[in-house]
Design a protein around this ligand. Structure first.
Ligand code: SAH
Length: 207
């Protein structure tokens, strides 16, 4: 199919930008991104850009989706992962291909519903969508060995740090105008290390 070749070209571009994790690149290659974008924009589905999905929100750029998952995974096995900010559900679908169980939370009801309908036809059994405030995390499913935020706050909510396993890794955009990806690793019961990675651009995290 035409979209397979175009998607493959997108994955090659993401790899050229520095993503090396073959599991992540392979996952990116299997998720039909055009199914997460409104028909009027579907010709742009495989360019490496974020695109509007309504409600002043966006579908993330494929490069950053892949990069964040690569950093979170760090070559290891992911058993339980939480995503804050489902949006249209694209990243959640990619995550479900690399982690055993994926939970994703969205605070805008129509987007939560949109993600549900986008994902229905893909029939992904290991993905659960929740409607609510992701800043609180998902205590009933915690702890997680990976957490990804798809929206930028001025700091990472403490509740999320507390829901990491020891050794668990959280990747989040942090900042307002100038945003950077941050990697936080839980190294002990009340110990976390932080590392600032590359610059990025995300919609704001809101309670
Ligand atoms: N993961 C998406 C990107 C979605 S954009 C993708 O695959 O492309 C970020 C999303 O985060 C928006 O839909 C926004 O509504 C949501 N968001 C912002 N603050 C949130 C919060 N506190 N809890 C849950 N979702 C939130």
């Amino acid at each position: 199919m035409v979209s397979d070749a175009i998607r493959n070209a997108m994955v090659q571009r993401v790899a050229r930008q520095g993503v090396q994790d073959q599991l992540v690149l392979g996952a990116l290659n299997t998720v039909p991104r055009h199914g997460f974008i409104e028909p009027a924009l579907s010709a742009q589905a495989y360019i490496d850009a974020s695109l509007p999905i309504g409600h002043h929100q966006t579908i993330s750029q494929p490069y950053i989706v892949a990069r964040m998952i690569e950093v979170m995974r760090n070559g290891g096995q992911l058993s339980k992962v939480l995503e804050i900010g489902t949006g249209c559900g694209y990243q959640a679908a990619v995550l479900a291909r690399v982690a055993r169980d994926v939970y994703s939370i969205e605070r805008i009801r129509p987007l939560h519903e949109l993600a549900k309908s986008n994902l229905r036809q893909l029939r992904i059994p290991n993905l659960r969508l929740h409607y609510g405030d992701g800043m609180l995390g998902l205590p009933q499913a915690a702890p997680f060995d990976g957490i990804i935020l798809a929206a930028a706050g001025l700091e990472v909510p403490q509740a999320l740090l507390e829901q990491l396993t020891i050794g668990g890794r959280l990747v989040a955009p942090v900042g307002e105008r100038n945003q950077y990806l941050e990697l936080i690793v839980r190294t002990g019961k009340s110990e976390w290390t932080r590392e600032t990675l590359e610059s990025c651009h995300f919609v704001p995290l809101r309670a």
